[in-house]
Design a protein around this ligand. Sequence first.
Ligand code: PLP
Length: 470
Amino acid sequence: NEADPFRAAVHEAVDLLLGHWRALADERLPVTPDLAPGAVAAALPAGPPERGEPLDRILRDTWDTVVPGLVHWQHPAFLAYYPTGNSPASVLAELVTAGLGVQGMMWTTGPAATELEQVVTDWLAKALGLPERFLHTSANGGGVIQDSASSAVLVATVAALHRASRGRWRDHGTEGRYRLYRTEEANSCVPKAARVAGLGASAAVPTLPGTARMDPDALRARIAADRRAGAVPAIVVATAGTTGTCAVDPLADLGRICREEGVWLHVDAAYAGPAALCPEHRWLNDGVEAADSYAVNAHKWMRTGTPCDVMWTADRRALTDAMSITPSYLRNDATETGEVVDYRDWQIPLGRPMRALKLWYVMRAHGLEGLRSAIRHDVRMAELLAGLVARENGFELVTHRLGLVVFRLDTDRRTREAAGRLAGDPGIQLTPATVDGRPALRAAVGSPLLTEAGVHRVWRTIRDHARACA
Ligand code: PLP
């Protein structure tokens, strides 16, 4: 009934969120808080209350104590890292998911959770133009929603180890034998996956001269040298849209080498992947046909809240053989038939929320047209910013691809000084970067709240800080 405190609190939370989004759109809130470390913790009680408190008071405290201490990732002038998606459909799905409270580790613990995930990952694969072999309807492929691109790389690495060792690693570990290949431009989660999987350090393959793209000849040479030394090449992690400059590795060439060498190819398209919804950006995936696995973060550039990484593989048996351990408490008739998907075997944790609802809501509420126009909006805003940078004396446009604009000032000293000044400005956030050994600044456009006027405001802020540098 109307007096139900949960109903009242949810209504109030929605009003608070709508007000928050309005304040962000109007830039009435700063991007970053003015806070000393420890200030938020000091404002909180030393322990939990003995007796329960009303939900509306907890909500009020959220806005009084927590919200002012946040960096507002949805702010139009938040241009740091890569964007994290959001939309009313995504928020609604999170609420419903939490309310249903299903744990979908196996088909039998949530049949609809599993089958919805199979269907929506197939939907998205087709919408992105990914190969048929990644679909659940194919012989040995399928999609899974992970929490992060980091998990996707780790899962792919484990599956690759399984395949490269013909299962031996499960009993004997990695024995110092297996190799993962990446470039220096790969996200930090790639060498981390190598470490976590027990491969140790993964040496970076050189990039093509003057680019941030993996050099296929150098990869071939590394693989040959490793084989001569008795090592087993297991996996190449290519990136379609690197974190630093949104560079795209030559997937077709790398795929050919991986096929010839029997090495797993994982494509990390965490940021740029959703752009392939638009035919004009589908070139990003040229050559992906040879990949064994591929991942995009819907939570970066698909108006979907974090976490929502979608990973596909063309060899789901490698994943499940690598990961499956079945004690008596997980045994069930449906699994025994071999006809159902048990997502516990496609990920590191056992338990999982119903991950598919969020993607389903977002894809339905926006439609593919809506998602494409969101990407096109962001690309247009980035083009506007890149044009302003390129036309300004004393600025150098280093790279501009999709929503990412990387630039520097005329001297490294001035770039560093501008980076420091911008970091101290609560009205904007960018990420400092190093490109070709020189400092640069990185602006990643992705807030639906960023308008043309907002881009001009952002640009004036950047230019004013640059002009103030000696
Ligand atoms: N891969 C790329 C190319 C990225 O840009 C990022 C994050 O920015 C990641 C992986 C890591 O993503 P996640 O936080 O989902 O692990």
